[in-house]
Ligand binder design. Structure first.
Ligand code: URA
Length: 418
């Protein structure tokens, strides 16, 4: 029997794999010595039988060691955050300038849109910025401005690149140890020493079960801590879009408005919470004291000024967001009542579809779950030429479910785990 078959057989029986065995399959698959079929059999066994915390830590380390680790120590202690992905989630574009305006450093490696979820890189590039930076270029900007947003470098955890693609093709994504090791290995390789994870739970997230979202968050924090990273996790709601706008252009417009006007929206509240957790860990101060600093950075306009500075440093500008009347088609409500639910994943998918059409900027959902609405009031604005908006009208209308009974608003944060 080949070594990989022995390892797979051991996992199928529910036994723990040791370091040598885990390193064998990570290195073997990354180098091409193991085939997709051999690896898939093992992934299936891991999905079925799981892994202990110790195995997950070992797997994360083996994946981390498959590529280069970024050294950011010349910038001091850098901060980072990770979101497990959702709809209308532009927290990075808000919290990065907040942190930088407080004199902290964040080198944010981000991804592009995945499925129905948005990607920070696509949003930041709406400003006309260059995100394909070398590490030296990124460090230079971070040194000057405090924050930089860039695409993941080519050699960041090659084991994950291959394994993630295989998991995607073979339906073996949904496994707690595989997700945790995939996310955490990339965070560890990115060089930050203080990290907040934002694990999304809900209909518009990859985790649809609250207990599982909390378990994943807790596992990832433990693995990060085993690697000497100061970390905590927020489990936040994704049963409705986080902000009001969906689509790159509209989301960036919302970011600018939030930073300019300092509202009490869910998007800004969550961004401030994550920023405060990072400030509190970095400076060793209470969360309350950190929140006051963050609040000041926004209310005093420092964070907004810093966002402009970040955009200019990466070759972009804010000109396209200057007061220009965007035309839209309104979708009114056809009955009075309360918002029972918002089909978040579908909204994400529909917006992806419409935003690909020339002249379409995205949408605005004017309601949150629990809001009261009367017949004829606006529910959604579709920012697209009329002929295209009309094509999508019915589909968007059906994403908001109205009922007669009063509905409780949804929590924003379910838990903070450290
Ligand atoms: N995001 C990742 O980076 N990896 C996973 O496995 C799931 C989500």
């Amino acid at each position: 029997m080949k070594e990989i078959e022995k390892i797979t057989e051991k996992k199928r029986k529910g036994k723990k794999l040791n370091r040598a065995e885990i390193e064998f399959f990570v290195n073997g698959y990354t180098s091409g010595a193991l085939s997709d079929e051999e690896m898939t059999e093992l992934l299936k066994a891991i999905c079925e039988k799981g892994m202990t915390e110790k195995e997950t830590v070992t797997l994360t380390t083996a994946m981390l060691n498959s590529g280069n680790k970024i050294d950011l120590s010349d910038l001091g202690v850098c901060l980072d955050k990770h979101s497990s992905g959702g709809v209308s989630d532009s927290t990075t574009l808000i919290l990065a300038p907040i942190l930088a305006s407080l004199g902290l450093k964040i080198v944010k490696m981000s991804g592009r849109s995945l499925g129905f979820t948005g990607g920070t890189i696509d949003k930041f590039e709406t400003f006309g910025t260059n995100t394909s930076l070398s590490l030296d270029e990124a460090k230079e900007i971070a040194q000057k401005v405090g924050a930089v947003i860039l695409c993941q470098t080519e050699n960041l955890v090659p084991a994950d690149k291959k394994l993630y693609a295989l998991r995607d093709r073979t339906g073996t994504v949904a496994s707690m140890p595989l997700i945790a090791s995939s996310i955490v290995s990339k965070k560890l390789a990115s060089g930050a020493k203080i990290i907040v994870l934002d694990v999304k739970y809900g209909e518009g997230a990859f985790m649809n079960n609250l207990i599982e979202a909390k378990n994943l968050a807790s596992l990832m924090v433990k693995v990060l801590k085993k690697h000497k990273i100061l970390a905590c996790a927020v489990v936040s709601d994704m049963n409705q879009p986080l902000g009001y706008n969906i689509g790159n252009f509209m989301e960036v417009k919302e970011v600018i408005e939030e930073l300019k006007h300092n509202t009490d929206s869910r998007l800004l509240t969550l961004s401030k919470t994550i920023a405060s957790l990072l400030v509190s860990m970095k400076e060793g101060i209470s969360l309350n004291a950190a929140s006051k600093k963050v609040e000041f950075a926004v209310s005093d306009g420092l964070a907004y000024e810093k966002l402009k500075e970040m955009v200019i440093a990466q070759g972009g500008n804010l000109d396209m967001f200057k007061e220009e009347k965007l035309s839209f088609v309104s979708v009114p409500c056809e009955e009075s009542g309360f918002v029972k639910s918002i089909k978040t994943k579908e909204l994400g998918e529909l917006t992806h579809e419409i935003a690909r059409i020339k002249g379409c900027k995205g949408i605005k959902v004017l309601l949150k779950v629990g809001d009261r609405i009367r017949l004829g009031e606006e529910m959604i604005r579709i920012y697209a030429p009329k002929k295209y908006a009309d094509m999508f009208y019915e589909k968007f209308k059906n994403t908001i479910v109205i009922c007669k009974e009063k509905v409780q608003p949804l929590p924003l944060i379910y838990d903070i785990l450290d």
